[in-house]
Design a protein around this ligand. Structure first.
Ligand code: FSX
Ligand code: SF4
Ligand code: F3S
Length: 361
C-alpha cells in the first residue's frame, strides 16, 4: 500500500466498486485488495498504432482519487510511448530488454488499429511496421489486452473504404488469449477491473463472442438508462434543443444506439461526476460495437430487436400507461445507481454470474 499513492479508504472503495462491477459476490473486494497489494506487479508493455491516444488520455485524465496512479502502481509499465521519458534507441532498448527478461510472462496492451495494406507501411514505429512489431512483441506475451475499439476491431481507421486496410489485433494474432476492452475511449474502470481480475484469479474473466469481458459488456445500455422510462412512455426528443430534448426525454429518435449497444456506461458512467453521453443529451453512438461505431450514421435509428415490454410505442400517456415506468426497469435502475455509489453487494447479485461466482468462501 505504501507504494500506492492513494489512501486506504479510497483504495478499498475502488476495490469494492470494481468487485461489484465484475459481478463478484460481496466480500470478494478483500481478496481483490489483497491480490493488488501482495501479488507481483504484472509487467506490461503498451504499444500504440493507428489511434488518437484517447484511450490512454481517458485513463490518465480520470479524476477519481488516484485511479490513474492506482493503475500505474498496480502494473509494472515498462514501455508506453506517450508516458515514458526515454525516446529513440533508448526507448527501443527498454522495450526489447523488458520483453526478453519477461518472456512468456508479460501482458501486451495494444492501443490502435494495425494497417495491413501495402505490407503495413502506413504505421511505423522505430523503423518497423505495426504488423512487424505486433508479431514480434506478441510472440512471447502471456496475453494481450486490446484497449479501445481501434485495437479491438479497427475502429475509425477501418471504416469503409478502409484505405490502409486497418484491422484489430484479433485479425492478426491467433495464438494468444486476447481480451478486448472496446469503447472510443473505453471506461478506465473496465480496464482496471480486468487487471484486478487477472491479479486475483490469474486468468481473464469470462468473455462474450466479441472477446469482451461479460461483466462490462453483458447488458445493453438501454436496460439501465435513466431516460428509459421516457422510452417506455413514448416520450422522445425529436430535434436537438427542442422542448423534449430540454426536458430530458429519450434520445432514440435522434439516433441513440443504446438499444443495440452492449456496455455498462449507463451504470458505471464517466469522470466520477456521474456523466455519460446520454446524460448530457447526446445519443449513444455505439462506440463499443464494431458494426455500429462510424458504420451507421449518428442520426440513423437502430432496429429494436428484442423489445422488452412494452413492445409498441404508446402515442400518449393513457390511463393504463399512467402507472409509470415498467417496475422491473425502475428497480434495475435503482439497484444499479445504488451500486455505482458503492452498494456493491446488491449489484453483484443482479449481474450475470461470472465463472468465479461460486468460489466465495
Ligand atoms: Fe481508438 Fe484509442 Fe477511439 Fe482514440 O487510442 S478507440 S480513436 S478514443 O484513442 O484507439
Ligand atoms: Fe436511453 Fe437511448 Fe434507450 Fe432512450 S434509446 S432509453 S436515450 S439508451
Ligand atoms: Fe460509447 Fe454509447 Fe457508452 S457512445 S461511451 S457506448 S453511451
Amino acid at each position: 500500500m505504501k507504494s500506492i499513492a492513494i489512501n486506504r479508504r479510497d483504495f478499498m472503495k475502488i476495490c469494492l466498486q470494481t468487485t461489484a462491477l465484475m459481478g463478484l459476490p460481496y466480500g470478494f473486494h478483500t481478496k481483490v485488495a489483497e491480490a493488488v497489494e501482495k501479488e507481483k506487479k504484472p509487467t506490461v508493455v503498451w504499444l500504440h498504432y493507428q489511434e488518437c491516444t484517447g484511450c490512454s488520455e481517458s485513463l490518465l485524465r480520470s479524476n477519481h482519487p488516484g485511479i490513474s496512479e492506482l493503475i500505474l502502481d498496480t502494473i509494472s509499465l515498462d514501455y508506453h510511448e506517450t508516458l515514458m521519458i526515454g525516446s529513440g534507441h533508448q526507448a527501443e532498448e527498454s522495450l526489447h530488454h523488458s520483453v526478453s527478461e519477461n518472456k512468456g510472462n508479460y501482458i501486451l496492451v495494444v492501443e490502435g488499429a494495425i494497417p495491413t495494406k501495402e505490407s503495413g507501411i502506413y504505421c511505423k514505429v522505430g523503423g518497423k511496421t505495426a504488423m512487424e512489431s505486433l508479431a514480434e512483441i506478441s510472440k512471447n506475451a502471456a496475453a494481450i489486452i486490446s484497449i479501445g475499439t481501434c485495437a479491438s476491431y479497427g475502429g475509425i481507421q477501418a471504416v469503409d473504404p478502409n484505405p490502409t486496410g486497418a484491422v484489430g489485433v484479433g485479425e492478426l494474432v491467433k495464438d494468444k488469449p486476447i481480451i478486448n476492452v472496446p469503447g472510443c475511449p473505453p471506461n478506465p474502470y473496465n480496464f482496471l477491473s480486468v487487471i484486478f481480475y487477472y491479479l486475483t484469479f490469474k486468468k481473464f474473466p469470462k468473455l462474450d463472442e466479441l472477446n469482451r469481458p461479460q461483466f462490462a459488456y453483458g447488458r445493453k445500455i438501454h436496460e439501465h438508462c435513466e431516460r428509459r422510462p421516457h422510452f417506455d412512455a413514448g416520450r422522445f426528443a425529436e430535434e436537438y434543443g427542442d422542448e423534449n430534448h430540454k426536458a430530458g426525454y429519450c434520445l432514440y429518435k435522434l439516433g441513440c444506439k443504446g438499444p443495440a449497444t452492449f456496455a455498462n456506461c449507463s451504470v458505471l458512467r464517466f469522470n466520477d461526476v456521474g456523466v455519460w453521453p446520454v446524460s448530457v443529451g447526446h445519443p449513444c453512438i455505439g462506440c463499443t460495437e464494431p458494426s455500429i461505431l462510424f458504420n451507421k450514421p449518428i442520426a440513423e435509428k437502430v432496429q429494436i430487436h428484442d423489445p422488452t415490454p412494452p413492445d409498441t410505442y404508446p402515442t400518449t400517456e393513457t390511463k393504463e400507461r399512467g402507472k409509470g415506468a415498467d417496475p422491473l426497469t425502475t428497480a434495475a435502475v435503482g439497484v444499479v445507481a445504488g451500486a455505482a455509489l458503492g452498494a456493491g453487494a446488491v449489484l453483484s447479485k443482479k449481474l450475470p454470474k461470472g465463472e468465479d461466482s461460486e468460489k466465495e468462501d
